[in-house]
Design a protein around this ligand. Structure first.
Ligand code: PHE
Length: 344
């Protein structure tokens, strides 16, 4: 049989014990167990209070108060311990999840498109020869794409370049020559520029035709510019780009904005002119149209053709990339095919 003081002692002892035990607890599971054994329905406090029945009403009241106080104190201690353990658990989890943001990736992701790679390379070669890079709009006015380039309204040569028109009467530029007169309006001669860019033609697509492709326009305006300057610049560019001597030839070519106009061919680099599949057994590869700037075009750009002359060329950038890498189909470029792109 328990009396008042032994019950009180039990409660005090319990408080001490539980506080000691709490210090040792390392996991939330054990904490929960200890809680149930202490404050739970079948816990130690309930156990001790079973003996109240033997006491007087005053003693019951007093022990009851003591017991409630103890419950409050212990609940508080449990709560604190729980917080501490939860914090610890998070810390452990985080330390296991540690992610080294500076660690190099195993695989390189993303790369420069083969067209851009070659564009940058070509730009560097021309910059070293004193050219500057210019840009122009892809959605263009008729006058810059055609009119000021000496295409009259009913000029049959307009049909050479099938055109995408917008409903508002603008067009998608069919060649980078659209920047020629824009450049003349901004720059004072003498100047040398190149214009790499995207152009569009309303065309059936096949292995060598795309509705969207890339050109690189070149233009030089100075005093007494002749075909010899044009050939010299082209040969210097080509032998730097292909890293070997390149033999070129000029054939007559017609474009309204040059006079005389040429098609510049290079001797086939694969067979050295002997004839192979790449040059279709002719020994020559058609590479770029060019010519001396037509006086009407200089005039359209407010440049006096009596004082100044110039040359212009239009290189097919897509074509150049295909030759460099032996790519058989122009449609690969914009296909978005990762397996194609990963090769470069
Ligand atoms: N712009 C012409 C084309 O795309 C090429 C060209 C450029 C011809 C410069 C002569 C001079 O067909």
């Amino acid at each position: 049989m328990q009396n008042y003081s032994s019950i009180k002692e039990s409660l005090q002892l319990l408080e001490k014990q539980v506080n000691e035990q709490l210090k040792e607890v390392q996991t939330l599971e054990i904490l929960k167990e200890l809680y149930q054994n202490t404050l739970g329905k079948k816990g130690k406090i309930t156990e001790i209070l079973k003996h109240l029945k033997d006491l007087s009403p005053e003693e019951k009241k007093e022990i009851g108060m003591l017991a409630n106080e103890l419950k409050d104190i212990l609940s508080q201690s449990f709560k604190e311990k729980q917080k501490e353990l939860e914090q610890k658990q998070i810390q452990e989890k985080l330390s296991k999840e540690f992610f080294d943001i500076l660690r190099p990736l195993r695989k390189r992701v993303g790369r420069i498109h083969p067209l851009s790679q070659i564009q940058y390379e070509v730009e560097d070669i021309f910059i070293n020869m004193g050219f500057q890079i210019m840009d122009g709009p892809e959605v263009e006015l008729d006058e810059y794409n055609f009119g000021k380039l000496n295409f009259t309204d009913d000029h049959p040569a307009r049909d050479m370049q099938d055109t995408f028109w917008t409903e508002e009467g603008f067009l998608l530029r069919t060649h980078t020559s659209s920047v020629q007169v824009r450049a003349m309006e901004i720059l004072k001669p003498p100047f040398k520029i190149i214009v790499p860019g995207r152009v569009f033609r309303y065309e059936e697509t096949d292995a060598s035709h795309e509705n969207t492709f890339y050109q690189l326009e070149g233009m030089m305006v100075d005093k007494n510019v002749s075909t010899a300057h044009l050939i010299y610049i082209m040969k210097t560019f080509l032998s730097t780009f292909f890293e070997k001597d390149v033999t070129v030839r000029l054939r007559p070519g017609y474009f309204p904005f040059v006079e005389p106009g040429f098609e510049l061919d290079i001797q086939c680099l694969i067979c050295a002119g002997k004839g192979c599949q790449v040059c279709k057994y002719s020994g020559w590869v058609e590479l770029l149209p060019c010519g001396l700037i037509h006086p009407n075009v200089l005039k359209a750009g407010n440049i006096d053709p009596e004082k100044w002359t110039g040359f212009a060329f239009g290189m097919g950038l897509s074509r150049l990339v295909m030759m460099r890498h032996s790519i058989e189909d122009i449609r690969h470029f914009l296909s978005g095919n990762i397996r194609f792109l990963e090769q470069f």
